[in-house]
Design a binder for this molecule. Structure first.
Ligand code: MN
Ligand code: MN
Length: 293
């Protein structure tokens, strides 16, 4: 990795970690998710970086990909489990980090499970390490806390302007023969639940990504394509689009039907279990370099 790339990965990581730690004091019962999202994304921008994706604020059995829409009225409620997943990029170099707060003490073991699984996994991110061994460590650590790992959510590689690159890092045992290489950038993200341990898509989508430039009919759809081109292939929020909500939703539907945008549906734990997530970005080295520490 050249020096400039490393410096930008480290800067993105530092900003993501700062915003993550600052955001802890903003989380309270009664807090509107919309306000929290704007605070977090605003903090990223005020530090001179950009969100690498809309902040994900997923409650309880919602596992990922929930970012509040413009008209969101959701507030954090007593006993909620709140996952905060923050992406920051500096010139396309991404940091991806997440944490979970449980306002229900009885579910705290799920949070402890992913926290410990993440600590164990990042220590293993050295050149020559096998993905399969990291996955096994994550699963075993989560099970020790009497929870289930979520089997269809994975960690992933990161690349410039690419949120999901090779390899996938499953949170359950597998027979991957993938071997880590020096300087690879990885997002390790264990998910655990007191449910069955799988997520499914919902009908709801608030996060999108440009897939391909295709000819589109409506003026609004063209406006969205132009607006979203500044994200250079990174995901964006419906909420960020400067058009009335009705027009935005019609145009996004057209774009997605034409295959011009890719949708990230809100994901939900299949059996309705509470889901916790922790995440760090790490550069594979003999001494693993956690950019989001
Ligand atoms: Mn993330
Ligand atoms: Mn991630």
């Amino acid at each position: 990795m050249d020096k400039e790339a490393e410096e930008k990965y480290l800067l993105a990581g530092k900003i993501a970690a700062e915003v993550r730690e600052e955001s802890r004091s903003w989380l309270k019962v009664g807090k509107p998710l919309l306000e929290l999202a704007e605070q977090i994304e605003g903090a990223i921008r005020s530090k001179g970086a950009e969100p690498a994706f809309p902040v994900n604020l997923s409650l309880n059995e919602i596992s990922a990909h929930y970012t509040p829409p413009k008209n969101d009225e959701t507030k954090i409620a007593d006993k909620d489990m709140v996952k905060i997943d923050i992406g920051v990029h500096v010139d396309g170099y991404i940091a991806d980090t997440a944490y979970t707060v449980s306002f229900n003490e009885e579910k705290q073991h799920i949070v402890e499970a992913v926290k410990e699984a993440l600590d164990e996994a990042v220590k293993m991110c050295k050149p020559g390490a096998m993905v399969a061994d990291i996955s096994a460590r994550i699963e075993d650590t989560i099970k020790k806390h009497n929870c289930n790992p979520v089997r269809n959510l994975t960690g992933h590689g990161l690349d410039r302007y690419t949120e999901h690159a090779e390899p996938e890092i499953p949170n359950v045992k597998n027979n991957s023969s993938y071997v880590l290489k020096e300087d690879q950038v990885l997002a390790i993200e264990p998910f655990a639940t007191d449910g069955e341990g799988a997520v499914k898509d919902t009908e709801t989508v608030f996060i999108f990504m440009i897939h391909e430039r295709k000819p589109v009919r409506s003026v609004d759809a063209r406006k969205i394509m132009n607006f979203a081109s500044v994200f250079s292939g990174l995901p964006f929020a419906e909420r960020w689009i400067p058009l009335p909500l009705f027009n935005t939703r019609m145009a996004l539907r057209e774009l997605s039907q034409r295959g011009a945008v890719y949708e990230y549906p809100v994901l939900k734990e299949k059996s309705g279990g509470k889901v916790a997530q922790y995440e760090h970005t790490v550069i594979v080295r003999d001494e693993p370099l956690i950019t989001t520490k």
